[in-house]
Design a protein around this ligand. Structure first.
Ligand SMILES: NC(=O)c1ccc[n+]([C@@H]2O[C@H](COP(=O)([O-])OP(=O)(O)OC[C@H]3O[C@@H](n4cnc5c(N)ncnc54)[C@H](O)[C@@H]3O)[C@@H](O)[C@H]2O)c1
Length: 384
């Protein structure tokens, strides 16, 4: 096993290596450190990207995916870790942003040996990176990774972890939706509103529970019939439509994308009946500019990474010895944060997605300034 830390590598003339080009592109947002990990025995190839540790140790999950190229893997790690800096900053966590990707098909190469080797790389960063689950990794995988380091969250309750993070993710989305309702209609409730939930998996089905309890009229869709049937059996007043395209066209007050990314593309925005969008899915905006189109159409968009932060709040709490009530209290603040973003958007005349980025950047800059001041004040004065 060997660690290559490329923090201080500068591209030299003639350095045509695509990975380095990706790393040093200025629009990638200036990552602090990127570690390439390889363990020949287990077949592990991984990238750990630390975008920022301004607010504290970088926190973000481990994605296990069969990337088409190593460069794609690096690019994904860079994008995802940058996103985590923003998410963690607005979640009020004392954590910077990081993310790891393991290259390969988890169904083919995931093994105990590989996960243990990966955990040793996490250990080698000495706490600068805290890992968790992501696409392709599960609670039971994190239990294995945790055997080789102290900085693994997303573990099972039996191993001192918090378990399934979708409970607080859904709770946080609901808080964001209450804030949007207050901003759009004057009261922080979904009572009497028609809410469409696209994707009723782990997060979506918990969200439906909150909505029904709050007195909303709920319409759902999912590509899995069993997921829809489970909800209809429990809540006879909930109705279902064939697919997401049908859902966005039915009369709605709120649209909650809770399936895959890219839910808000040009076509959807053009036909959307809802005047609020607030859901759990990551990367809902299909491309830059959609946030402005939504604002121009009078649709209030609650930024995805702000309202779906309940999960990361939950795993961050594991480092303190998990306490559900403490984590839930923190996730409740998503309501205030979302309101603050809508306020800033109105004051600055910008879409909420842009306001969220600015608030996150402000928190990170303040932390960097504070750290710089403290570093100066602790430099010993030379003896005269
Ligand atoms: N689980 C968490 O804690 C968490 C945290 C933050 C963000 N998210 C994001 O929230 C989203 C949902 O996560 P989850 O954990 O509930 O995943 P999940 O896989 O349990 O649920 C997703 C559901 O969406 C359905 N689906 C897929 N494609 C669809 C389509 N085209 N139309 C309608 N339904 C479709 C699936 O059948 C599934 O039931 C994801 O984008 C995830 O990245 C989840």
């Amino acid at each position: 096993m060997g660690v290559t830390t490329v923090t201080d590598v500068r591209p030299t003339s003639g350095a045509e290596d695509g990975v380095l080009r990706t790393l040093f592109r200025s629009d990638q947002g200036g990552h602090e450190q990127v570690v390439l990990c390889q363990d020949a025995e287990s077949g592990l190839k991984a990238v750990i990207a630390l975008h920022s540790t301004a607010l504290g140790p970088a926190l973000g999950g481990t994605r296990f995916h069969p990337y088409e190229s190593d460069e794609d893997a690096v690019r994904d790690a860079l994008n995802l870790s940058r996103g985590m800096s923003y998410k963690n900053a607005l979640a009020g966590l004392d954590h910077g942003g990081g993310k790891a990707v393991i290259i390969g098909d988890p169904d083919l190469i995931k093994s105990e040996q590989l996960l243990l080797a990966y955990g040793r790389f996490v250990a080698s960063l000495g706490g600068r990176y805290v890992t968790a689950c992501d696409v392709g990794t599960y609670v039971q995988d994190m239990d294995v990774v945790a055997r080789t380091n102290r900085w693994t969250t997303g573990r099972s309750p039996e191993q001192g972890g918090a378990g399934d993070s979708s409970v607080l993710t859904a709770f946080g989305v609901f808080q964001g939706m209450r804030a949007a309702a207050r901003t759009q209609w004057g009261a922080p409730t979904l009572r009497g509103r028609r809410v469409g939930v696209a994707g009723v998996g782990k997060v979506g089905h918990h969200l439906v529970e909150h909505l029904v309890q709050d007195g909303a009229e709920v319409v759902i869709t999912d590509v899995r019939a069993a997921a829809v049937e489970r909800i209809l059996a429990r809540h006879p007043r909930v109705t279902a439509v064939a697919d997401a395209a049908a859902l966005v066209r039915t009369p709605l007050d709120v649209y909650a994308p809770c399936a895959l990314g890219g839910a808000l593309d040009d076509e959807t925005v053009a036909v959307l009946t809802a005047s609020v969008v607030c859901g759990a899915a990551n990367n809902q905006l299909a491309h830059p500019g959609v946030e402005k189109d939504l604002a121009d159409r009078g649709v209030l968009y609650a930024p995805d990474y702000v309202v779906n932060a309940g999960g990361v709040i939950q795993v961050a709490d594991e480092l303190l010895g998990f306490d559900f009530d403490r984590a839930k209290a923190k996730a409740t603040k998503i309501y205030d944060t979302t309101l603050a973003i809508f306020d800033r958007a109105r004051t600055d005349g910008i879409p909420p997605a842009v306001a969220a980025d600015r608030l996150a950047e402000q928190r990170m800059a303040e932390a960097r300034d504070r750290a710089a001041r403290e570093a100066v004040s602790t430099v010993p004065t030379p003896a005269r």
